[in-house]
Design a protein around this ligand. Structure first.
Ligand SMILES: *[C@@H]1O[C@H](CO)[C@@H](O)[C@H](O)[C@H]1NC(C)=O
Ligand SMILES: *[C@@H]1O[C@H](CO)[C@@H](O)[C@H](O)[C@H]1NC(C)=O
Ligand SMILES: *[C@@H]1O[C@H](CO)[C@@H](O)[C@H](O)[C@H]1NC(C)=O
Length: 531
């Protein structure tokens, strides 16, 4: 590992300290990639409120730019190692899904086994790299000293990687999560009561109303999923925590010790479930009213007449699809009277109709807010789903990875989406799905209802997030909102020990009673016959 460029690091940190502070000082430890898009929205708002923000980034980061008007950066010499091979990361998963058409139960099962193996393997490597980021920081005394001296008020991190929590603990600074996922799984499942009878486990695509077989699936997925997750992260983070914090620190709770959990969802999206006082819902915080479209795009959209437009994008990371899939999608579009704006960076499909516009990038929020937009085709990432809810646009889902199928299945359960399995997709299936959402008004009505519900709240989600960050700064943490439950062993949490103790008492009393009765019996009757 190369030595870090000390002078530069110390200089940025010094500059940080010199600039006069009216608000708080916030250290951000983000996760690169699409999650950064989200974090940046928060950072910009915090900056606008007068807070001073430093962002830790890897020197080879694709998304987190070194210079920004809203933050100063602390660049680590280590490689983030995340984006450089994202194609390599996602392409094999897509390959497995496409190759094994889920025609029978067994082929479906087999596909999932293969997918599972691949994902475990990839995520293990990912977490290995991510956990190693922290080592050069800790080993660099100068950097650590300047981080200490900077006297941050709060560390804001995405717990999809462990670095932020580790650093906050070392600096002894309050910790805030911008979260849905942590390295140990879905946030709610880790700190809030989560009965598996009505809370679907990650990636099961189940809802809150489960039949008996579905509940069996849910419980088995939970057991398998928690085991898999621990195998993916524990081997890398556990030794680190042990090395830097000592063997008596409980690894299993180390990453749950945040003051506030800013949750990137809400109960418009999520099924109702128990929650905790330090969980703050900010789902949709990135959504804004639409701005006018660029002139040429506006012209194209207007040219759709009463038919309206269809928007398609599969997120920041998936620019292209296998050519045969792209051909089928293009052919399906060509059959329709609507106009289509498709963010696609692959080779231009031959079957592309003249109603379809291919673009490298699209103003997603502005297009979704356009009155001519009829359907949104998306993969189920955070921004897409939340913006579709905000603007009330029905979805045709083409989920690809991670929790995307789950995300779309929630909207489907609420009547706002149709899901297409990319493994069986052809022009007829795809066109059918589109027609259903276009011409059956129930999808649009349901999304519009979700949109009205989402907007009807006392405070905008972004304001709520900022309020709670400032709250933590003002009160130097929010420990009083933190329940000790997450630190309890499972048998204390479920009062197994109390039940066992009470049962023992009951059994003892019963046994004593029985022996007394027996004794009396003997004394009265046995004594008598002996007389
Ligand atoms: C687009 O294609 C359709 C059918 O292929 C054709 O009827 C129409 O004239 C074309 N429109 C333009 C503007 O080229
Ligand atoms: C699914 O949606 C949730 C809530 O909006 C979000 O936090 C999560 O990142 C999404 N998943 C993906 C893969 O984008
Ligand atoms: C529209 O879709 C809903 C939900 O799938 C269905 O119950 C309803 O019958 C459909 N309506 C028409 C007219 O097809």
């Amino acid at each position: 590992m190369k030595a870090p460029p000390l002078s530069l690091l110390t200089l940025t940190l010094l500059l940080n300290q010199l600039s006069s502070a009216s608000g708080g000082k916030i250290l951000v430890f983000p996760l690169d990639g699409s999650h950064w898009v989200n974090m940046k929205v928060l950072i910009e708002e915090l900056h606008a409120k007068g807070h001073e923000i430093s962002v830790i980034r890897a020197s080879d980061s694709w998304y987190i730019s070194e210079k920004s008007p809203s933050y100063t950066s602390i660049t680590l010499p280590s490689t983030g190692g995340f984006e450089e091979n994202f194609e390599a990361f996602l392409a094999p998963q897509l390959q497995v899904r496409l190759q094994s058409k889920p025609t029978s139960f067994w082929s479906y099962f087999w596909m999932h086994v293969q997918l599972q193996r691949l994902v475990v393997d990839q995520f293990s490597q990912f977490h290995k790299r991510m956990s190693e980021i922290i080592i050069p920081i800790f080993e660099d005394e100068n950097l650590m000293r300047s981080l200490h001296d900077a006297k941050y008020d709060v560390v804001l991190t995405d717990p999809g990687i462990g670095g932020g929590a580790i650093l906050a603990r070392r600096l002894q600074v309050p910790l805030i999560f911008n979260v849905r996922w942590t390295i140990q799984g879905e946030a709610h499942l880790l700190i809030a009561p989560s009965p598996l009878s009505y809370i679907p486990f990650t990636a099961t695509e189940l809802t809150d109303k489960m039949t008996f077989p579905q509940r069996i699936k849910n419980v088995l997925s939970y057991i398998l999923g928690t085991y898999t997750l621990s195998r993916i992260t524990e081997p890398y983070y556990k030794p680190l925590v042990r090395k830097y914090f000592g063997p008596d620190v409980d690894y299993s709770t180390f990453f749950l010790d945040a003051d506030i959990w800013l949750m990137r969802n809400d109960f418009i999206f999520e099924f109702p479930r128990p929650t905790m006082p330090n969980i703050v819902y900010m789902g949709g915080f990135q959504c804004k009213p639409p701005k006018p479209l660029p002139e040429d795009l506006e012209q194209f959209v207007q040219s759709s007449g009463d038919h309206g437009v269809i928007i398609m994008t599969l997120g920041t990371l998936v620019g292209k699809l296998p050519q045969d899939v792209a051909e089928e999608i293009a052919a399906a579009f060509a059959q329709l009277p609507q106009k289509v704006v498709w963010r696609y960076m692959g080779q231009r499909p031959a079957s592309l109709g003249n109603n379809t516009l291919l673009v490298d990038w699209l103003p997603q929020n502005d297009l979704l807010g356009h009155p001519k937009t009829r359907v949104f085709i998306c993969h189920g990432g955070t921004n897409g789903v939340q913006e579709a809810i905000y603007h009330g646009v029905p979805i045709v889902g083409l989920p690809l990875f991670f929790d995307q199928p789950d995300n779309i299945s929630r909207i489907r359960a609420k009547g706002g989406a149709v899901v297409v399995d990319i493994a069986v997709l052809d022009r007829h299936i795809f066109a059918d799905a589109l027609m259903t959402v276009l011409y059956n008004s129930s999808y649009r009505e349901n999304m519009q209802r979700l949109s009205r519900l989402h907007r009807d709240q006392p405070m905008k989600p972004l304001d709520r997030a900022v309020f709670w960050i400032e709250y933590v700064i003002r009160h130097k943490g929010a420990r009083h909102l933190q329940s000790p439950s997450y630190k309890m062993s499972w048998f204390v949490y479920n009062s197994v020990d109390v039940i066992a103790a009470l049962l023992t008492v009951v059994v003892l009393i019963t046994l004593t009673c029985i022996s007394i009765v027996r004794l009396l019996w003997r004394m009265i009757f046995v004594g008598k016959t002996n007389e």
